[in-house]
Design a protein around this ligand. Structure first.
Ligand code: AHR
Length: 515
């Protein structure tokens, strides 16, 4: 049986026209003249926590390292991240954020206190990567910083002073302390998160209590100069819509954004499965779990719509991605996992879905940037590799700040053991120069899919394509074979009279640019 997926976005039901369908064909109708919503670039955001080797080894190696670096930050990582235009970076956690005391991470490095990272592996945290290092890293990669502030174990004064330290240009104690530490001008940080997962590692609170604390703490996060803070309340995990409801009721317009965390994970107890050794059934189950993001977004957005019909408050999915067992022999507290073509599909499908809800989803941050969970980059001392997930962000960067185009997709299903998933997953946008970008995921492990695309409301004459695929679902890049999964040119398609026909190879992601 086929499935019809209408990616209307925000248009009324008359915005698409039914089409007659030849049997056996998958069809996509793109309404190129009907886009209304801009896809925030911040949907393509990232997350870096003091966890395992995300910061230490993955980003920060120190100025004296033999690994080529700029002021202590790896050059290879800077170069890779600049290429994919990462719009924002969340830091320092995660659970770590609610035990982080920012004053530990400023001033001469040799005088900074050592602490134990109690959440992640019980290792020594020497605080050599702190506020200045993080904000400098953001400048080097061209990303906007997103500070996750400590509400769980920090004081109101401490939070308030961190904002003053990074943003005040006045003759004030924290601004002067920043100057003493070598940074004259304020950084004008915009995005701040008031706590993280307060229902769990961030304090085990109930939503009513957290709402009150939010109101108190956020009051003292002041605006300095012309910079306006974008305050993000810590939202729920997955399907806990009551948390969203209570925060919308109790915090309302005191927040600019409300976060949501969704991991594609088998379960929180017992084995989460291997990142690289999995059966077709496990592959299918992973994609099923990933696709749940759509109903989760629907549930949370419908509650937000009730309290905020004008869509002033952004939904910020500031942690998402796959979570498997750690690689054998690695520290269980470091959450180090490999990354295969399966993960690329999770990224492609999830980003397509965020685009679809771009009227409400204003930011998303995959967990995490380097060496942790669904990482974009893996490092081993001086070696660095790019994962399949990195390549998805590279392919999909064309959607950043583009206008979301409504489309109607008729797709076959991928069937396994009597269960079905749509074999194709699609998103379409139009960038400022008029180019239409179509990102398509074919999840079928061994069948190529014919697709006919009809472009309405536009005249087209040229198409170019790129593809990400590999011999097997579990193909991944290693330090010895870094290009097992990489982007290639895709040319097997035909465009005539605004009808585009192509055959999408099995287990692949394609991004097309139509002009
Ligand atoms: O990303 C790893 C952890 O997952 C984060 O620290 C926490 O916020 C979430 O539970």
């Amino acid at each position: 049986m086929k499935k019809i997926i209408i990616t209307l976005g925000f248009l009324c039901a008359t915005s698409f026209v039914a089409f007659s369908q030849e049997p056996g064909k998958n069809k996509l109708i793109i309404n190129a003249d009907q886009g209304q919503i801009v896809i925030s670039k911040h949907i393509y955001g990232h997350f870096s926590e003091h966890l395992g080797q995300c910061i230490y080894g993955g980003i920060w190696v120190g100025e004296d390292s033999n690994i080529p670096n700029t002021d202590g930050i790896r050059n290879d990582v800077i170069e890779a991240l600049r290429k994919i235009q990462i719009p924002n970076l969340r830091w320092p956690g995660g659970c770590f954020a609610d035990e982080y005391h920012w004053k530990d991470g400023i001033g001469p490095r040799e005088s900074r206190p050592k602490i134990i990272n109690t959440h992640w592996g019980g290792v020594v945290e020497d605080n050599s990567f702190g506020t200045h290092e993080f904000l400098h890293f953001c400048e080097l990669i061209g990303a906007e910083p997103y500070l996750s502030l400590n509400l769980g174990s920090g004081t109101v004064e401490e939070m308030s002073q961190w904002i003053e330290y990074v943003n005040s240009d006045g003759d004030s104690p924290m601004a002067n302390l920043r100057r003493e530490n070598g940074h004259e001008a304020p950084w004008n940080v915009k995005y701040v998160g008031i706590g993280n997962e307060p229902w769990g590692c961030g304090g085990n609170m109930r939503p009513e209590y957290y709402s009150d604390l939010y109101r108190q703490y956020a009051t003292y996060c002041r605006n300095y100069g012309s910079n306006r803070l974008y305050k993000i309340a810590a939202g729920s995990s997955g399907s806990d819509v009551n948390w969203t409801k209570v925060l919308m009721e109790n915090i309302g317009n005191r927040m600019h954004g409300l976060s949501l965390h969704h991991y594609t994970v088998k379960g929180w107890s017992g084995s989460k499965g291997s990142a690289t050794e999995f059966t077709t059934e496990e592959y299918f189950a992973t994609l099923q779990r990933c696709l749940r993001i759509e109903s989760i977004l629907q549930h949370h957005t419908s509650i937000m719509d009730h309290y905020d019909p004008g869509k002033r408050i952004g939904l910020m999915v500031d942690e998402w991605g796959t979570w498997y067992d750690v690689e054998p022999g690695t520290n269980p507290g470091f959450l180090y996992q490999q990354n295969t073509l399966r993960d690329a599909f999770v990224a492609g499908i999830t980003l397509n879905t965020f685009n679809k809800y771009a009227d409400r989803v204003k930011m998303a941050n995959i967990a995490q940037l380097v060496n942790v969970l669904q990482a974009l980059i893996l490092t081993d001392e001086e070696k660095m590799i790019l994962t399949p997930t990195y390549h998805v962000f590279d392919l999909y960067k064309v959607h950043q700040e583009a206008v979301y185009l409504p489309s109607v997709l008729e797709t076959e299903n991928y069937e396994l053991n009597g269960e079905q998933l749509p074999v194709l997953n699609v998103s379409v946008s139009k960038s400022g120069d008029g180019t239409i970008h179509i990102s398509i995921v074919n999840i079928h492990p061994d069948r190529a899919i014919d697709l006919q695309c009809e472009l309405r409301g536009v005249t087209t004459s040229d198409v170019k394509g790129k593809i990400l695929t590999a011999p097997a679902l579990n193909t991944h890049n290693t330090f010895d074979a870094p290009d097992n999964v990489r982007i290639a040119e895709f040319t097997k398609m035909r465009l005539k009279d605004n009808i585009l026909e192509l055959t999408i190879p099995s287990k692949s992601i394609i991004v097309l640019a139509v002009r």
